[in-house]
Write a protein that binds this ligand. Structure first.
Ligand code: KG4
Ligand code: ZN
Length: 343
């Protein structure tokens, strides 16, 4: 089955073609980073207008690159939520119309399920993975620890009670005067800093349960900055490194606690923040000393992309699931409400 995947939940237009036999044929995307940089953050209305302009040319580019014809596509998968309502609506309306015109099935995919399943896009990782495993999903809008018992069978063990990890990176980067998109820029600055220079809290780490809270960390950085308004560039790098270390320690600590509590040895990490090198390194070391292993998606599939949506869509369409003509987008959508996938 050849599935066209469409991702438009935020500021990236991602398109992919996934073949259930041959694997991922290719994917293309357009990032709106430059457009939003002038405003210092994502402007929801602007995202939807940009998706409208980019969707069709990107689909055409992908068809040319893969030498596929529209008539060969057997199904369409699109991100139905969570995300920005207007942006989701553009992708959903396009996907549903495309499928209707061609009389093929369409399915709305949960964006975080796309992230969660993205390691399966790498065949080597897919062979290593076995259920149940724990997934740490860290994106701009979500921080989730999930017990994955099977495809579509997700139990939320813990989640952010306020700012998500990526959001904390972005807000702290802004405090440090870094341009949007802040997370990756803060990570680059942190490489030149001393993570022991400033003492910052490891929120919730010593509390029972697996929830996260990162907004206090951002406030702690703001207070430190208030005390020294004329901060030197080395101190800034040290603050970035100290912040990053606090987030990484917390994510790694809570993941280990969840693995131990469930006696599970495999951890999958996905979502934009999983591109963070310090997090990857520390998780790999921690999992090795626990006698477990950590599995990541390939770097290009850590941040938003169409491939993960096409893949999740192929699994669900093959299992006979599909939307009816009256589709709905869900700006908020708990991951544990999804139907299991059984083919
Ligand atoms: O998954 P994603 O691409 O989009 C959402 O679904 O939100 O994640 C984007 C988030 C942003 O907050 C961005 O700052 C963060 O991931 N991010 C990073 C890095 N690369 C992306 N945070 C820390 N270090 C990075 N290298
Ligand atoms: Zn995402």
């Amino acid at each position: 089955m050849l599935v066209l995947g469409i991702e438009t939940s935020c500021d990236e237009t991602g398109i992919a073609l996934y073949d259930s036999v041959r694997g991922l044929l290719d994917h293309v995307y357009h990032t709106q980073v430059e457009t939003h940089a002038q405003y210092g953050g994502v402007v929801p209305e602007v995202t939807s207008r940009d998706h409208i302009q980019k969707l069709l040319p990107l689909v055409q580019t992908l068809l040319t690159r893969t030498e596929c014809a529209v008539s060969q596509i057997d199904g369409v998968a699109y991100t139905a939520g969570p995300g920005l309502a207007g942006a989701l609506m553009v992708g959903a309306a396009f996907a549903r119309s495309f499928a209707f015109a061609r009389d093929i099935p369409a399915i709305g995919i949960h964006h975080m399920e796309g992230h969660l399943l993205s390691p399966f896009l790498d065949r080597h990782s897919a062979h290593q993975l076995c259920f149940p495993f724990i997934a740490l999903l860290v994106s701009g809008g979500h921080t989730l620890l999930i017990k994955v018992s099977g495809l579509g069978r997700y139990e939320i063990l813990g989640q952010s009670v306020d700012d998500a990890a990526g959001e904390a990176f972005d807000k702290t980067a802004r405090l440090l005067g870094l341009d949007y998109p802040g997370g990756p820029r803060l990570a680059v600055l942190a490489e030149q800093g001393d993570p022991r220079r400033f003492t910052l809290p490891r929120p919730m780490l010593n509390r029972p349960g697996f929830d996260f809270s990162f907004s206090g960390l951002k406030t702690a950085v703001a207070q430190l900055l208030q005390k020294q308004p004329e901060i030197l560039s080395q101190a800034k790098a040290d603050l970035a490194a100290s912040f990053q270390a606090a987030v990484v320690d917390t994510l790694v600590g809570k993941s280990l606690q969840a693995l131990k509590a469930t006696s599970i040895k495999q951890l999958v990490i996905a979502g934009g923040v999983s591109a963070n090198q310090a997090l990857r390194t520390q998780l790999t070391t921690a999992l090795a000393s626990y006698g477990g292993e950590v599995i990541y998606p390939p770097l290009e599939f850590c941040t938003d992309n169409g491939a993960m949506i096409a893949y999740a869509g192929a699994l669900r369409l093959l299992a006979g699931q599909k939307d009816d003509l009256q589709f709905a987008i869900k700006a908020r959508w708990p991951l544990d409400e999804l139907a299991a996938i059984s083919s």
